[in-house]
Structures are given as structure tokens and as C-alpha cells.
Design a binder for this molecule. Structure first.
Ligand code: C2O
Length: 331
């Protein structure tokens, strides 16, 4: 059975570690008056005349970083009830990952640890990117990607680490790893390793038979844990850390580097498919027909299907290539 777009009516409290409530609501703004979830149209990717080209964070130029910081700044200044606001955009991740929604069989909706992982995050960044571009009037604005699979990108990207010049790209809730030019450990698992209660929600089909899921476990999760604060330490607001921001689902996308990290995860999906052979997308209808819910850059609500996100060029963006020295060891 496909996983339908979550009904906003079921949206309720999200939990940090299964039993600690997130101290604010992660639910999206309500649908326009009189609109039910079933009335929300399915999104059709618009025709595009010029691709957005996502570029590696370590090679973007000054002008790009200025624009990007401006876009995030405008986003942070939108009213918190605006679905395009930074807070609402961060809440999307919290709602889809920390049990705010109920789905088929009364289970919590969870878009990690299963086949929804790649398509959910692709659609999420798709709208996030379009919102940022529209806020600065640039129809080809494209996110940078954190190129952690290339030796030149295996540090915390400096554009996100300049609190005086680019305050809106900076986040205080980060590990010291991000501060001192530390070479990344793509196997990083901190000692209080996150043991989020994972309600395994699997569309039919067996995850364990493919190399596809390995990208999520490694390096996706280690990069989150490596970037976030160490669980158990004190945050600047005095609270005890649960890995915030990057190291916990509910808070991960409060750190602007989240989209850079996930752009690279998304790029890995394309590279993985380019290897060919058995590395092809699933063909099960349960997966293809599964759906998510998002607001777009004009605050319009949409349902989006997995089957409509399998080709990034059709979606209007691509990745500027960087060397992939690891390819000779491909999974
Ligand atoms: Cu939804 Cu990288 O986590």
C-alpha cells in the first residue's frame, strides 16, 4: 500500500527521543479554508528553460554566498506562520521525522530508515530551493552541496562558518568539529549514539537487499552526528543537548548546513544510478505512488508523488560535477 501524503489533521506533538515532547508545534500552517487533504492537487513539475546548477560549497564565489545569505536572512524574517519561513521549513523535517504525523495502520510517519528517505528529502530541498530563489528574485538560484565525498570538501564548509560576515548561514549549536578545520570522520558515531526509536515503516519490498540504503547509514547519519553538539553537553540556552541541531531529527534543519548536506546525499542518488547495472530505482507502485505534502514558493499547498522526483533534470536542476575519487570502490 502506498504511503499517502500525511493528513494535516493528524498532526500533533513531535517527540525528541520517543518520549520527550518537542517544546513547540512542528505542524505546518493549516490548509486554506474549506480545503481538505484530498482536495490538495498533485504537483506537476513546471517546464523550465534554464537548469538550476547546484555547486560544491567549497568552490562557490563571494557573490553567490552574499545572495545565499540574503535569501536565508529574508526567509528568517518572514512571519513564523508563513509556510516559507525558516522556522516552518525547519519544522517540516521535525514533523516528518519525529512522530507528528500518523499514517497507514496508525503508525507514526517516519521518512528515515526506509524507502521514503531519498524521495522525501529530494522534494523537501526542491521547494526549499525554489522558495529561497523566489525571495531574492532569482529563478535559477541553486543550493550549494557539501562535497564530503571529495577530499577538498571533507571539512565543515567555510561559507557556513563565518558568523560575522554571513550570520544567517551560521548556527551556534554545532560541535567543535566544525570550528577548527577538522578533517571529517565519515564513520563518526558519537558515544551517546542516537538510538531513535525507529518505527520501521517499510513499503513492501526488502530494503536489506540493495546498496541503496547504505548511503543513508553511512555517510549520511555520521555527518549529522559529527556536526551537531555532543549529546549530554550544555547548549548555549542552558538546555542539555540531544545532539542539536544537526544531530537530532527535530532540529537538524535549523542548521542552514542541513540543505548542503542533503544536496550531497541527493547527488549521491544520481551518482548511484549512473553506475547502472542493478542500481536502478524501484518499480513498485507502493513506492512510486507514495506522496508527501509541501507548500511551494507561492504558499500553495501540493501533494507530490515519489514517481515525479526520479529525474532531477526534469525537475529543473542538476549538480555541477566534482571528481569522485571513491568511485573505484563503489558499493
Ligand atoms: Cu532527514 Cu539527514 O535527515
Amino acid at each position: 500500500e502506498p504511503i499517502p501524503a500525511p493528513s494535516l489533521k493528524t498532526c500533533s506533538t513531535a517527540y525528541i527521543e520517543g518520549n520527550i515532547p518537542v517544546p513547540y508545534s512542528c505542524c505546518p500552517p493549516p490548509l486554506p479554508d474549506g480545503m481538505a487533504m484530498d482536495d490538495v492537487p498533485y504537483y506537476e513539475v513546471p517546464e523550465c528553460s534554464q537548469l538550476r546548477v547546484r555547486t560544491a560549497a567549497q568552490v562557490v564565489d563571494q557573490d553567490f554566498i552574499d545572495d545565499y545569505n540574503d535569501a536565508i536572512s529574508i526567509m528568517k524574517n518572514l512571519d513564523a506562520s508563513d509556510p516559507r519561513s525558516f522556522q516552518q521549513q525547519a519544522n517540516i523535517h521535525c514533523a516528518y521525522c519525529n512522530g507528528a504525523y500518523t499514517t497507514v495502520g496508525g503508525k507514526d510517519l517516519q521518512v528515515h530508515f526506509n524507502w521514503l528517505f531519498f524521495p522525501f528529502h529530494r522534494w523537501y530541498l526542491y521547494f526549499y530551493e525554489r522558495i529561497l530563489g523566489s525571495l531574492i528574485g532569482e529563478s535559477t538560484f541553486a543550493l550549494p552541496y557539501w562535497n564530503w565525498d571529495n577530499p577538498d570538501g571533507m571539512y565543515f564548509p567555510s561559507m557556513f562558518n563565518q558568523p560575522n560576515t554571513y550570520p544567517d548561514l551560521y548556527d551556534t549549536n554545532r560541535s567543535v568539529n566544525t570550528q577548527n578545520g577538522t578533517f571529517m570522520d565519515l564513520n563518526y558515531v558519537n558515544t551517546e549514539a542516537q538510538t531513535a526509536t525507529q518505527s520501521q515503516l517499510l513499503p513492501s519490498g526488502d530494503c536489506s537487499t540493495s546498496g541503496f540504503g547504505t548511503i543513508e547509514n553511512m555517510p549520511h547519519t555520521p555527518v549529522h552526528l559529527w556536526t551537531g553538539t555532543n549529546p549530554g553537553t550544555k547548549l548555549s540556552n542552558g538546555n542539555t543537548s540531544y545532539g542539536e541541531d544537526m544531530g537530532n531529527f527535530y532540529s537538524a534543519s535549523i542548521d542552514p548546513v542541513f540543505s548542503g548536506h542533503h544536496a550531497n546525499v541527493d547527488r549521491m542518488w544520481n551518482i548511484w544510478k549512473s553506475f547502472g547495472g542493478k542500481r536502478v530505482d524501484l518499480t513498485q507502485t507502493d513506492w512510486l505512488e507514495s506522496a508527501f505534502f509541501f507548500y511551494d514558493e507561492d504558499c500553495n499547498p501540493w501533494r507530490v508523488k515519489v514517481q515525479d522526483c526520479l529525474d532531477t533534470v526534469k525537475m529543473g536542476y542538476c549538480y555541477a560535477p566534482m571528481a569522485t575519487p571513491w568511485v573505484s570502490y563503489k558499493p
